[in-house]
Ligand binder design. Structure first.
Ligand code: NAD
Length: 255
């Protein structure tokens, strides 16, 4: 996929799915800015050469996002592709969730996408071209137990995606990408917290129809495709990339 000279911002690009996106856009010839709170993003950007750079930015805070997008415009010009990927996982029910935890999940997983879009879209409007990809989850449609704030934030991202698509058509598209379980530091950290990580990983493999979890590269392939002109007739949609997770009915006696 060619992204020759296209200006791209990837939030949460230091690790996992975001990191794979940065590499994929770079391979296509894009200029890529990584926004992340993990300083590892600096070393990663340096390793990729002059067309990638890192800005330390907590994307849940408006003042930091505003400053970051000013710097980006100054350095590379108008942003054409924004990948709102930064996110955090948490495990709790409504009655267990503190107000602080609720706010944190909503701010990092949802408000960040609103804020980055708010500062990227005016540049896209100027260029009369742009694409906003929001990384949601299969949990935008189906939910496991104990993920009330997470699943709520990921479901709301679909509404944000639709609103951007409707409000800024025809020149700006927006698409939500909804992964099943993907092998990233987020997943590895979360299964390490369980008493038997190997068993949990096996369960994760089993619950997908393809009998394995996905890779960051597979998700990055979809994100780059959706951001490209090849996907110019796709907007406002939520696209699942989930190895068939969630399309079967459990407990069927007939094989
Ligand atoms: P990860 O934890 O491996 O990487 C997330 C990155 O986001 C990290 O580099 C982290 O530092 C950064 N980040 C976190 N909070 C931030 C903030 N406030 N400001 C800037 N950067 C911040 O996670 P991942 O698994 O690669 O997940 C990426 C996205 O995909 C998330 O939105 C996640 O919810 C979603 N997702 C992941 C899976 C999965 O199984 N891994 C499944 C569905 C959806």
């Amino acid at each position: 996929m060619s992204f020759e000279n296209v200006k791209v911002v990837v939030t949460g690009g230091a690790k996992g799915i975001g990191r794979a996106c940065v590499e994929a856009f770079m391979e296509g010839g894009a200029k890529v800015c990584i926004l992340d709170i993990d300083q590892a993003g600096q070393e990663f950007a340096d390793s990729l050469g002059n067309d990638t750079f890192f800005i330390h930015c907590d994307v849940s805070k408006e003042d930091e996002v505003k400053t970051a997008f000013r710097k980006i415009e100054k350095k590379i010009g108008a942003v054409e592709v924004l990948v709102n990927n930064a996110g955090i996982q948490s495990y709790s029910t409504v009655t267990e969730t503190t107000e602080e935890e609720w706010d944190l999940i909503m701010n990092v997983n949802l408000k960040s996408a609103f804020l980055c879009s708010k500062y990227a879209i005016p540049m896209m409007l100027e260029k009369k071209k742009g694409c906003v990809i929001n990384v949601a989850s299969v949990q935008s449609f189906i939910s496991q137990k104990n993920v009330a704030p997470y699943t709520t934030s990921k479901t709301a991202l679909l509404g944000l995606t639709r609103s951007i698509a409707v409000d800024y058509a025809p020149n700006i598209r927006s698409v939500a990408v909804c992964p099943g379980t993907v092998d990233t530091p987020m997943l590895r950290n979360s299964i390490q917290e369980s008493p038997n990580p190997d068993e949990v990983l096996e369960e994760c493999n089993e619950m997908h129809l393809v009998k394995r979890i996905g890779s960051s590269n597979e998700v990055a392939e979809l994100i780059t495709y959706l951001s490209s002109d090849k996907a110019s007739f796709i907007t406002g949609q939520a696209i699942r990339i989930d190895g068939g997770l969630g399309i079967t009915i459990a407990g069927s006696k007939r094989d």
